[in-house]
Design a protein around this ligand. Sequence first.
Ligand SMILES: NC(=O)c1ccc[n+]([C@@H]2O[C@H](COP(=O)([O-])OP(=O)(O)OC[C@H]3O[C@@H](n4cnc5c(N)ncnc54)[C@H](OP(=O)(O)O)[C@@H]3O)[C@@H](O)[C@H]2O)c1
Length: 227
Amino acid sequence: VKIAVLGTGVVGQSLGGRLAELGHQVVFGTREPDATLARTGPDQFGRPPFGAWLHEHPGIELATFADAAAQADLVVNATSGHGSLPALRAAGDDNLAGKVLVDISNALDFSAGFPPHLFVKDTDSLGEQIQREFPRARVVKTLHTVTASVMIGPKDLAGGDHTVFVSGDDPEAKQVVTDLLHSFGWTDVLDLGDLSTARGTEMYVGLWTRLLSATGGTGHFNIKVVR
Ligand SMILES: NC(=O)c1ccc[n+]([C@@H]2O[C@H](COP(=O)([O-])OP(=O)(O)OC[C@H]3O[C@@H](n4cnc5c(N)ncnc54)[C@H](OP(=O)(O)O)[C@@H]3O)[C@@H](O)[C@H]2O)c1
């Protein structure tokens, strides 16, 4: 499958690398490819710049948001919360139409420091905002409740016996994403229902940030829904 990963941060890199390992064709989307490649300093987490990462991953391409989405059968939104709607507008409504859009974003507002506030919550979610603005895209919200390394390596934690959620209005799209999650090693994929259920998982970040502080700051944890 040709997959566009919109977002060049740690989430995009983790997913893009894993998807390529699994045999998918991966193209990254960014605002300005030349500017992204010209970055030489470490990113906000002290990781090497995207260009260095890309160099280590031959076969993965970099394009504008629009060119990446246009080529892809499936699109991943791994852009910042504030950047998600602008990035998807740049990707273009026609380039998203009919495609599964895996949304991993969180509506984080760091303007008052840590822990972040949410700029959408309770009565709406970022996933729903995206679906409303791009009604022809088949939005599935998932993976935003765990840190990037856990997204692609659930087995490294408690043998994989913990829960990831999917929310979306399109059952077939959720099945496509569930199959993708299984290919990453997820075994407990819990379908919460329609996309409005993403309000619950997006608000979970309020607990997630406290768990992060309480468990040593690695982000290497998750929750298990015991039935
Ligand atoms: N970090 C984690 O472990 C984690 C876990 C769960 C969920 N998430 C969520 O996953 C998403 C990605 O997180 P991240 O840490 O990998 O990266 P990030 O720093 O939150 O986002 C980086 C990406 O956002 C794009 N971007 C930023 N502002 C933009 C704007 N105004 N218009 C268009 N694009 C814009 C950047 O584009 P350029 O490429 O052009 O710079 C870049 O590709 C976020 O929504 C985050 O909340 C992260």
